[in-house]
Design a protein around this ligand. Structure first.
Ligand code: CTP
Ligand code: MG
Length: 235
């Protein structure tokens, strides 16, 4: 079964600070999006990559992809994105040719995911899971807080979930295509990942081991870490 990947890359990257849209920022000279596309195309199972570009940047993204060689076996397509990540993913799914029964959704903001992680997600979907997430144990203890009585005051802590049972979830997340399409059609509230929409359908979601290098580039410090990881790989 061939696998397609949808790469939402339409965000501005507000938390990264002023500059080009996040996916187009360079990491050691190459746009983050190109690193992300290559990371997924590195899997020999992935034969199509659909990039969801910033709404006004589709032509620029198309020429970037034309300029950076992908493996022979990998096709790509560029579509303009939407106002939210969720909308961008839905637009990407709409562009998917019918014969792809397995789809990965991968943040352009996770440019360094290793191919072994990509393949582990694909394998778990092939083994029958309708939704698969790569996940890591947490280093920090997590607390649930309530809103402060007065804005700016300390927030009351209301609970401490047992850390050993928590996981930080990454991408690519892998799906039975029909299941993910149905999830996007029926879940209307805002979510922060695709698998949670499948959970809301009442279907099982499973976690496979994620990887530290699949971290999301979100804030300026993450750029420093990403460039250091890339430099180490070239040694
Ligand atoms: N994304 C998207 N369309 C949107 C918003 C986000 O395709 N309207 C994508 C981003 O390009 C990114 C991924 O979703 O690859 C994860 O989102 P995030 O890390 O939050 O990126 P941004 O939304 O760009 O960053 P910020 O929230 O700091 O603005
Ligand atoms: Mg965002």
């Amino acid at each position: 079964t061939p696998v397609a990947a949808v790469i939402p890359a339409a965000g501005r990257g507000v938390r990264l600070g002023p500059g080009a849209p996040k996916a187009l920022r360079a990491l050691n000279g190459t746009p983050m999006l190109i690193h992300a596309v290559r990371a997924l195309a590195a899997s020999r199972h992935v034969s199509l990559v659909i990039v969801v570009a910033p709404p006004d940047g589709a032509a620029e993204v198309k020429s970037l992809l034309d300029a950076h060689a992908l493996p022979e076996r990998t096709d790509f397509q560029v579509v303009p994105g939407g106002q939210s990540r969720q909308e961008s993913v839905r637009i990407g799914l709409d562009a998917l040719p019918p014969h792809y029964r397995i789809v990965l959704v991968h943040d352009a903001a996770r440019p360094l995911v290793p191919v072994d992680t990509v393949d582990a997600v694909i394998e778990a979907v092939r083994d029958g899971a309708p939704a698969v997430v790569p996940a890591l144990p947490l280093a920090d203890t997590v607390k649930e807080v309530a809103p402060a009585a007065v804005a700016g005051d300390p927030e009351p802590v209301v609970a401490t979930p047992e850390r050993a049972r928590l996981r930080a979830v990454q991408t690519p997340q892998g799906f039975d295509r029909a299941t993910l399409v149905r999830a996007h059609e029926s879940v209307t509230e805002n979510v922060t990942d695709d698998a949670s929409m499948v959970e809301q359908l009442g279907l099982p979601v499973v976690a496979v081991p994620g990887h530290e290098e699949a971290f999301k580039v979100t804030r300026p410090l993450d750029l420093i870490l990403a460039e250091a990881v890339l430099a180490r790989r070239r040694l």
